[in-house]
Write a protein that binds this ligand. Structure first.
Ligand SMILES: [Fe+2]
Ligand SMILES: [Fe+2]
Length: 369
């Protein structure tokens, strides 16, 4: 991971930016915290270089989203994936890895590959911005949240918090519905209602979380659903923002990365259905139901229905269509930021972090064709 980013350090740091009186930091290769060298624009607009202003804003928001995705996937990979030269860091946690493998024997490989994909999205988008003379995104100064203390995790500062999640599992029924669409204002039932209430760890917080068996399985199940929640978000975000891209080069980037998020989502949608039904022995409010049994089951819950059910699209007068949902573009970046914030992913982050992310999202949502 470091190797890929190291190639970027010169260009990224040359124009590290932050708006509105925040300080942007120049971060040396391999350093996780700001060095003394600081560069800020003092509230001026970011540079778009040779890109259309809106296109640069959209790419910067996507770069930020990908940096955040990489950070969370990296934490999963350290404990439950395959730390290696492609995705270095951490040494694996055999108990958590085994609990994840209950969902699929190849979970560790899939976690590794998803992590690597996000890292390349992050690095590519920033490199493209830089190649066009546009400002890039660097969130290193916000890598301040604690790591898991469980065996296998690196002890470094993180951007995201995977230990207090409130996981929206409504994508499960949204993609199985044949007559509703969030773009029409429809709402959807939760597959695992208790995951959408309270705060739940998706990685072991320390080695006490490794026992008893059903407790670490509940944590692995939480991760299994969180994977789908994250990647369905990316699956919608790219087509949402693509509608407001101006130039074909940027459109090509957005149209080429977006479907890889859908490939991830499809995989996780399949695996989450294998999460065993159980009640967490250390938190009796956390219950994973048997999605195939009454009162669940049927088209909205049946676990082998992993492809999108055709549903209403654009107009109820048109025939149903198998589509990504939602794809309405208005306010999409702010919507994505709210979605990530509401799941608890940024619990512990500073006001400056939220201010920067809000600025990036607002700029992306101001983009027009
Ligand atoms: Fe991504
Ligand atoms: Fe993703």
């Amino acid at each position: 991971m470091k190797d890929l980013r190291d190639g970027m350090n010169v260009s990224v740091n040359r124009r590290s930016f932050v708006k509105g009186g925040l300080t942007a930091a120049t971060v040396g290769a391999g350093l996780m915290y700001p060095s003394a060298s600081v560069l800020a624009h003092g509230g001026s607009e970011e540079r778009s270089g040779r890109l259309d202003k809106g296109d640069a804003s959209i790419l910067r928001f996507l770069a930020a989203a990908e940096i955040l995705e990489t950070d969370l996937w990296q934490q999963y990979n350290e404990l439950g994936g395959i730390p290696d030269s492609e995705v270095p860091g951490g040494s694996g946690n055999p108990t958590y890895t085994a609990a994840l493998a209950v969902l699929d024997a190849d979970m560790a490989q899939y976690i590794h590959d998803n992590t690597e994909d996000e890292l390349t999205h992050e690095v590519f988008i920033n490199a493209y911005l830089d190649s066009k003379g546009a400002d890039t995104v660097n969130l290193d100064q916000f890598r301040t949240l604690p790591s898991s203390k469980a065996t296998g995790a690196q002890q470094i500062g993180r951007l995201t918090n995977l230990m207090q999640l409130t996981v929206d599992t409504s994508w499960w029924t949204r993609y199985r519905s044949g007559n509703k669409n969030p773009d029409f204002g429809d709402t959807f039932d939760q597959a695992v209602p208790s995951l959408n209430k309270g705060q739940h760890p998706a990685i072991p917080r320390d080695d006490d979380d490794l026992t008893p068996n059903d407790h670490i399985q509940a944590i692995a199940n939480t991760a299994g659903f969180h994977f789908g929640t994250i990647e369905q978000g990316g699956t919608s975000l790219y087509p949402q923002l693509a509608q407001r891209v101006t130039h074909s080069g940027v459109l090509r980037i957005v149209l080429s990365i977006g479907p890889t998020e859908a490939m991830h989502f499809q995989t996780w949608s399949d695996k989450a259905g294998n999460a065993p039904a159980l009640t967490d022995p250390k938190d009796s409010s956390l219950v994973f139901p048997d999605l195939n049994s009454s009162p669940l089951g049927g088209e909205e819950f049946q676990t082998n229905l992993i492809m999108p059910e055709p549903t209403i699209f654009l107009s109820r007068k048109l025939p149903t269509c198998s589509i990504v949902r939602p794809t309405a573009t208005k306010g999409a970046a702010m919507g994505a930021l709210k979605f990530l914030t509401d799941m608890g992913l940024f619990i512990g982050q500073s006001p400056a972090f939220f201010e920067l992310l809000r600025d990036l999202a607002e700029d992306a949502d101001e983009a027009t064709r």
